[in-house]
Structure formats: structure tokens, C-alpha cells
Design a protein around this ligand. Structure first.
Ligand SMILES: [Zn+2]
Length: 204
């Protein structure tokens, strides 16, 4: 395994640990896809989590501006699935702190825990396990900036953009592997449905 794992090594690791499965899946958005990706299933194994976190942190460290900020850098994630990645990257980088945003109900905005203050001009790296639409990360970026923080980059384990994914240009953006799932916008347009392959519903 390379210090920054290759795309092939990451995919192999995901498959071996159950994080990536082939089949026919229906997402909560109604999209149908031929692959199921859940990085959390891979991150439950400490050694696998370490390989991915260290790989991502090495990419980040290679960026001279980010490297210079490490002692004051906050690693912030928009959801619980991003927590193992956030702590892993923080540990590997020896960065300053980790925190996260959450929401009480799906129709409410993201928020930080009570008493959590973002310092003015605080350097913030956004991390998550997967970037698909990027909507949640974009909401987190807006939340950090509304509190006076400065987002300096975005890092995810897997980049699996759907056709309307948000771009974070010109921020530095890092990922370990890019996966292209075959998406169908609904059952009517899904080839797998047409072929009569049983569909599994994705919970989250
Ligand atoms: Zn289908």
C-alpha cells in the first residue's frame, strides 16, 4: 500500500471491508444506482480508517498554505459519517481541533452545538466521507463563514459527483478516489429495473 493509496487500492479496500457493493439500489432521493457506497462500513475497521485518514492528510500536507496552518487548523464535518474521517485526519495532521454540525430534523438548517464558537478568521478545513451533491458541505461552508470562519479547503475520502454536484472552486479540493456510479433518475428510466433485478432500498 502506498502512503497515499492509489484509486485502485482505495476501491479494493472498500470492497474488502463492505463499504462498496455491487447490485441495484434505490436511494432516498428516488435515484437508482448500480453501486452502494458507505464509507462508514470501511471506517469501522481501525487499520482501514488509518490508511484512508493518513492518505488524505498527506495530500493536505503537500499543500504549502494548508501545511503552514496546521497548528491552528479546525477540522469540521457536516455529519456523523464524517466524524471518523475528521478525527483521523486531525490525528494524522496534528491539527488543532475537530467539531461538527448537525440538525435536529431534516427540514431544519445545520447548526453547531451550544457554546461552540467559531473564532473570527478561524482556519477551517471541511471534511466528509463522500461528496455526491456537495449540498451539505456547501451549507456547512456557509454556516462557518456566517460565524466569521475562513474555509481553506475541502477533503473527502470518495468523490462520487452526481450530475448537479456543487463545485468548491477555487478552494483546494482533495479526495482519495473518484467513483462513477451509474445513476438513473427514477425506476422508469432504470435499466436494472427493466432487467427485473430486485432492488434494495438505501436507508440513508
Ligand atoms: Zn432500478
Amino acid at each position: 500500500m502506498h502512503l497515499v493509496p492509489t484509486q485502485e487500492e482505495v476501491v479494493k479496500l472498500l470492497r474488502r471491508t463492505g463499504g462498496l457493493r455491487d447490485g441495484h439500489f434505490e436511494y432516498t432521493t428516488g435515484l437508482h444506482a448500480n453501486e452502494y457506497l458507505q464509507v462508514a462500513l470501511t471506517m469501522r475497521y481501525y487499520e482501514a480508517a488509518k490508511v484512508l485518514s493518513v492518505g488524505l492528510s498527506r495530500q493536505l500536507r503537500a499543500h504549502s498554505d494548508i501545511r503552514a496552518m496546521i497548528p491552528e487548523l479546525s477540522i469540521v464535518t457536516p455529519e456523523t459519517a464524517g466524524l471518523p474521517v475528521a478525527y483521523g485526519v486531525c490525528e494524522a495532521l496534528r491539527a488543532h481541533q475537530v467539531y461538527w454540525a448537525e440538525r435536529e430534523n431534516t427540514d431544519e438548517p445545520l447548526r453547531f452545538r451550544q457554546y461552540l464558537e467559531v473564532k473570527p478568521k478561524e482556519k477551517v478545513l471541511l471534511v466528509d466521507d463522500i461528496l455526491r451533491s456537495g449540498v451539505r458541505l456547501a451549507e456547512l461552508k456557509a454556516l462557518v463563514e456566517s460565524r466569521g470562519g475562513e474555509v481553506v479547503g475541502v477533503a473527502v475520502v470518495i468523490y462520487q459527483p452526481n450530475p448537479w454536484a456543487v463545485s468548491f472552486d477555487p478552494l483546494p479540493f482533495y479526495y482519495l478516489a473518484k467513483l462513477d456510479a451509474m445513476y438513473y433518475k427514477d425506476a422508469a428510466s432504470c435499466d436494472l429495473c427493466k432487467r427485473g433485478i430486485p432492488v434494495e432500498k438505501v436507508w440513508i
